[in-house]
Design a protein around this ligand. Sequence first.
Ligand SMILES: Nc1ncnc2c1ncn2[C@@H]1O[C@H](COP(=O)(O)OP(=O)(O)OP(=O)(O)O)[C@@H](O)[C@H]1O
Length: 545
Amino acid sequence: MDLLLLLARRSWRTLLIATSTGLACGLAAAGLIANINHSLAGFGQLRPADGLLFAGLVVLVVSTRIVSDVSLLRLGQTAISDMRLHLSGKLIDTPYPRLQRLGKHRLLAMLTDDTQTISQAVELVPVMLVNSGIVLACLAYLGWLSLPLLGLTAALILLGAASFHWPQRKALTSIGKARELKDQLFDQYRLLTDGSKELQLNHSRRLQFFERLLYPISQQYRRDFVRGMSIYALVLNWGNGIFYLLIGTVLFLAPQFIELSATLVTGYILALLYMITPLSELMNALPTLGRASVSLRKIRALEGQLEVAGTPADTLSPARHVARLACREVRHSYYREGEDGRFTLGPFDLELRAGEVVFITGGNGSGKTTLALLLTGLYQPEGGDLLLDEQVSASTQNHLYRQHFSAIFTDFCLFEHLLDGDDPHLMQQARDYLAHLQLAHKVNIEGGRLSTLDLSTGQRKRLALLAAYLDDRPCYLFDEWAADQDPVFKRFFYTKILPDLRQRGKLVIVISHDDAYFHLADRLIKVDQGCVSETSTEPLAAAAY
Ligand SMILES: Nc1ncnc2c1ncn2[C@@H]1O[C@H](COP(=O)(O)OP(=O)(O)OP(=O)(O)O)[C@@H](O)[C@H]1O
C-alpha cells in the first residue's frame, strides 16, 4: 500500500493508466482461458470466429501488459530517483551538528541500502498488478462457472490470508531487527575502509575488529534476516499447500456434495491451474514487499530527523565584500547522552574586520574548531548571534550567512569539479593559481575538472586552497592549513598567500599552532577551555625579531 501511495504521489494519472491496463490484461488473460475452455469443450464444432477471438485476446494480453509494464517501470524508477534526490537535498540542507549526530553510516545505509530495497519492490509492482488482474478475472470466471465452487474457493483463500497475518508480522519484526543492525554494519564497513592502514599494520587490532565487532554483528544480522525470510518461506509454501488443497477439494470432495459435470470440473481445474503462476508470483513478492515496508519506515523516521534549512538556496547571492563580522554573546555547547560533563564555548564577543588576518590559537580540545564552525555558520549559535555588516544573521539567515565563507577544515573534502563552463578568463585564473601554488607540474585543469586528485596530503590541501581562491568569497577560514606543508611552502603561505588575501580586502581567519608566524597576524585570538579572549601580537612580534 505504501508503495502504491509513493507511486500515486509521483503521478496518479500514470498509475491509473498502468492499473487499468494491468487489470485489462488480467481480464483478457482470463478471457483467454475461458476461450480455451470453450474451444476444448466444443472441439468438433469450432468456428473461425473462435480462432479470431483467441488471436484478438492474445494481442490484447500482450499489448496491455506492455503498456502496464512500461508505464509502471518508468513511474517506479522516477519515484525512486525523486526519493533519492529529495533525501540528498534534505541531507545537504540539514544543519551540520545534526548530521554529525546522525552519523555517516546511518545516512549511507539509508541512501544506498534502503532506496535499493524499495527500488527492488517497485520493480515488482508491474508484475503484481497484472497478476492481481489475472487472479481477479479468473475468480470472476470461476464464479461464472459455478457459484458454490467459488464460495469454497473464497473460503479457502480467506483462510490462507488469515493464517498469513501472524507469521508475517513475526517475519517483519525479524527483518526490522536485521535492518537496525545494518546501520551498525555500515559503521563497521566505514571503519574497515577508513582504517584499512591501521588494521593491516596491527594484527591484534585486526583480530579484535573481526572477532569483537564485525563478526558478532554480521552473525546477528544473518540470524535475524534468515529467521524473517524463513518465516516467509514457510508462509509461501503453506500458501501453495492451500492452493493444492483447493484443487483436491474441487476434484475429490465437492462432487460428493454438489452436482458437478465433468466438463465444469475440468474447466474449473484448468482455470485454477492457470492461476497458480500469478498467485505464486504474488506470494513470492511478499518478502521483498516486507523488506521494502521496513526500509520505507526507516527512511521516514530518518527523514523526520533531517531538518530543512528553510531558505530556498537558489535565491541567495552573497555580498562581494563584507566590512565587519560581529559576534555578540555567542555560545555553543556539546551535549552527549549519558555524559554529565559537557563542553561549552563562550559566551564571547568579537568584532573582526575585512582586510584583517586573524589567528586563532589554543591547546588541543580548547575549542578552536568549534569556534571556526560557529564563525562560518556551520554551527548555529545556541545563544547570541553573529552578524555580517549588521545585516546577515547566522541564526535567522544561516544559509545566506554561510555563503560568505570559504573554508578549509582539517577533514576537508576535495571536489574534482572545479569550474562551471569553460570561461577562458576563469580557466586562465585557475592555471595561474595552480602555478602560484606550485602544482602546475602535477595537475591540469581539463573541462573545468582537475586531472587528478591522487596527490600527497599537502598537495591536496593546496588544491583545496585553489578551490577556495576561485570561490572568491569575502571571508576565508583555514583550520591548521599549514600543518601538512613543508617549511618552504609553510613560509610561502604565511608570508605571501595570507598577505595577498588581506590586500584583496578579505577577512582571513587562520587556526594555527605555528607560533613562529604569530607575529604576522593582525590579531591573535586565544581559546582556552572554551573561553575566547584576544591577546596582543606585539610581544610575539618582538620575540620574532
Ligand atoms: N561532535 C562533538 N560532540 C561532542 N563533543 C565534541 C564534539 N566535537 C568536539 N567536542 C568536544 O569539544 C571540545 C573542543 O573541541 P574542538 O574540536 O573545538 O577543539 P580544538 O581546539 O579544535 O582541538 P584540536 O587542536 O585538537 O583540533 C573538545 O573537548 C571535544 O571533546
